[in-house]
Design a binder for this molecule. Structure first.
Ligand SMILES: Nc1ncnc2c1ncn2[C@@H]1O[C@H](COP(=O)(O)OP(=O)(O)O)[C@@H](O)[C@H]1O
Ligand SMILES: [Mg+2]
Length: 396
């Protein structure tokens, strides 16, 4: 297990393991390790929050344990649950033995009492299903615990997590209390879809990740071996930065810059021109309205002095207050197109899609726990309904 004596060491280790840090990222990571405190990483989707936790796992040689949060998640998905299927299987296999135990009972009530005398057998560690938090706390080797997109979880779960993280212990009433031998490094991420509790913020070191500076984004592109040459990559980074400055519904993230560079490389691009970028811009903008805006802005983004044929009639006030003009020919057909896209844009209200629609998929890519969308059938759905039929045994 690797340890680090300085911020510089952390910084170079991250870079060596495929994560290009800036000074703040390296410093916060170093402090997390030294002070044994969780880090809360906030920022828009696709800026490297989740990747930071994966990189910390790589540089420390610690196992990554991931809790992917989603709406409606309860603590049985975060802390622990009972393995109902296994309990059932055992009771089936042990039918004869159980029969012997209750054989002498005179009536139903005393039979139940007899069985109850043995229930601790079935609520023992053998039948416990550790979820990520208990897994991290019980782990023999210290781990990296990623609590991803905690803003998607309900406040009730946030409180439960906070409590478990405060003590680094989890108590299972039927068994006892589990305490971690060596605390995991804990990284929580949030896309800021809701405010997190003051208590959580107080407990954590805080790191706000935003879209990177041009230099760092270029370095990230280099580190990903996109196949696109340095000069074109640098130009592409500038274009993406300008796209971010447009008021798009979903600004392109680092991962989208990487995808765009790869796309252009695959197409054998030797020069960036507005036509080629317009053909491929759907790699980075995912909404129709954003697409139209991006395509209209591209000639100017590539060359601010570009004179574009056609009559200028559309004014685009970008966030920096500059007024940009871009070209549109005024054929009746084009005009109809414009009205159509305006009408669609007017209907395109933010928030009409439920949570989970924006940003990264609401389920983990690697240690997938449970997909967020309710129409997916999770592998343990039957187990849950069985569980709710039985009622939980936590109150014992
Ligand atoms: N600093 C970085 N160094 C290297 N790659 C990065 C960096 N930041 C982001 N990336 C790339 O961007 C992708 C998206 O990052 P991710 O961590 O999934 O974003 P999010 O902030 O939404 O969790 C990653 O898979 C990684 O390839
Ligand atoms: Mg993420």
């Amino acid at each position: 297990m690797t340890t680090f004596a300085t911020v510089d060491e952390v910084s170079s280790a991250l870079a060596e393991h495929g994560y290009v840090p800036d000074r703040r990222v390296a410093t916060t990571t170093f402090l997390m390790m030294q002070l044994d405190r969780p880090v809360l990483v906030e920022g828009p989707a696709g800026v490297g929050k989740t990747e930071l936790a994966k990189a910390v796992s790589r540089i420390t040689g610690r196992r990554l344990i991931r809790l992917q949060c989603y709406e409606g998640q309860d603590e049985t998905k975060a802390l622990y649950d009972w393995d109902y299927g296994k309990q059932l299987l055992y009771t089936q296999l042990l039918r004869d033995k159980i029969g012997e135990i209750v054989a002498a009972a005179a009536d139903l009530e005393s039979a139940v009492t007899k069985v109850a005398e043995h229930e601790s057998v079935f609520f023992s560690e053998r039948f416990l299903s550790p979820r990520p938090l208990l897994d991290a706390i019980r782990s023999e080797e210290p781990a990296v615990l990623l609590i991803d997109e905690i803003d998607r979880a309900d406040e009730a779960l946030e409180a439960v997590l906070l409590e478990a993280l405060g003590e680094f212990q989890i108590s299972v009433p039927e068994i006892g209390t589990f305490t971690s031998h060596q605390h995991p490094f804990v990284i929580l991420t949030s896309n800021n879809t809701r405010d997190l509790s003051a208590a959580l913020k107080r407990r954590c070191l805080h790191l706000f990740l935003d879209y990177p500076e041009a230099d760092r984004e270029l370095e990230i592109l280099r580190s990903k071996d996109t196949g696109l040459g340095d000069a074109l990559s640098a130009q592409l980074v500038q274009v993406v930065r300008e796209l971010r400055a447009l008021e798009l519904r979903k600004a392109p993230s680092i991962s989208e810059t990487i995808d765009w560079a790869r796309t252009l490389a695959v197409l054998g691009t030797t020069e960036l021109d507005a036509g080629l970028l317009a053909e491929t811009v759907s790699v980075v903008v995912k909404y129709e309205r954003d697409h139209a805006r991006a395509v209209a802005a591209l000639p100017r983004l590539l060359d601010p002095n570009a004179t574009v044929p056609g009559k200028l009639h559309d004014h685009d006030h970008s966030h920096d207050g500059r007024t940009h003009t871009h070209a549109n020919s005024e054929t009746p057909h084009d005009h109809e197109e414009d009205i159509g896209s305006e009408r669609r844009a007017a209907m395109d209200k933010p928030g009409r899609h439920g949570p989970g629609h924006y940003g990264t998929p609401p389920y983990a890519e690697d240690q997938a726990l449970v997909p967020a969308s309710s129409n997916r059938v999770s592998s343990d759905q039957g187990k849950r309904s069985f569980a709710s039929g039985l009622g939980r045994r936590r109150a014992l």
